[in-house]
Design a protein around this ligand. Sequence first.
Ligand SMILES: [Zn+2]
Length: 68
Amino acid sequence: MSVNYKPMPTQVICPNCQQTVLWTKESAFKPFCSERCKMIDLGDWASEKHAIAGEDVQYVDQEDYLEH
Ligand SMILES: [Zn+2]
């Protein structure tokens, strides 16, 4: 008796067109189904809903944290 382990790929819904998209490393545009949907959504995102406020990333200084 062999174990047939076959992981189920995660599925997401494309926010733009509501298509089912497999969440795999090959899906370069996830959660979108395609580059087209991604660009449409990003364009919408950048132009109206949110203002681009520049890079404001809080960076944890791991070297300092791991100092010995
Ligand atoms: Zn789509």
